[in-house]
Design a protein around this ligand. Sequence first.
Ligand code: GLY
Length: 359
Amino acid sequence: MSQLEVNITGKSKNYPIFILNNSLSELKNLIFNRIENHNYIIVFSEKVYKLYSKILDFPKDKIFILKDGENQKNIKNYQKIMNFVLSKKLNRQDFIISIGGGVVGDLTGFVASTYMRGINLIQVPTTLLSFVDSSVGGKTAINTKYGKNLVGSFYQPESVFININFLKTLDEKQYKSGLGEILKYAFIEKNCSDFENLNLIAYLNENFEKILKRDILILLELVEYCIKLKKYVVENDEKESDLRRILNFGHTYAHAIETFTKYKKYTHGHAVVCGIYFIFDFAYKTKLIDKEYFYLAKDLLEKFSYEKSCHININKLINLIKSDKKGSDEGIYLVIPESYANCAIKKYSFDEIKNIIGE
Ligand code: GLY
């Protein structure tokens, strides 16, 4: 087991992230040791519940089961979970536990942040994407008809338990989705660290076959390293006023095509990979990066064999970017590659974007 401590300025307590490779049957005791004699409820992803309810063995009356899918992250389910918590009369020393991917984690986190103005939250992510991104850093949210994640809070968990063995049953599409976020870290690695780098681009190039085969030891190293990068970012800018925007690398285009295809065609991580292709093209066309780095990036992305059919008309793209919460009428900040494993955050007007992309 390894353990990382997240230390957010101004918060009285650090919180631990446990990275585990032991049997999932031990998870219950680890969590019970953490919550001691306090009361708790668990929100479970339906898929995870079906696969693991026996081995995890939590009492049924503590469990709320949430259907899977991005469309479940809505106000109705927020209300249902909140009613469940209220019916159990939890107090502020008690715990809400989330077991599942990003949808369960974001929604449960939002419930925890608003129940009695904040109750202890334990995140138990079960997908690669939630290991390396959504379970760490305290973003919680629900979706509304006006857009994704427009209602939410920054609310750090009390602890995070990551057991790598959940990846053994994760379907291939979701696994590749998580790899999309890992690829993102490779191109922002230098922005996200003041410690010695692993050199993720080289590491992913060397180990891509093992990664695609889900080699547990490589995954342990990779997940821990990506969390270290994210931890550095959120410790330095919890509320995304500056550095944390770097984590949106590839995401402007990703959000646009996810909205355009109504969240049905692409997983989030796949959309991020499309966004990384887009922004490398953009950076190359503006001569921010040289040919060598452009092809190095493309070669790495190719190794992970994502379908690349994600073209979108420039006018539609601009309109979608305008309605994204990170845009404004004048333009948008793009996280754009500038040198090896390093990005800049630059503002572009929509006319500039049109001229650079062409069409
Ligand atoms: N997923 C991006 C962030 O946590 O800021």
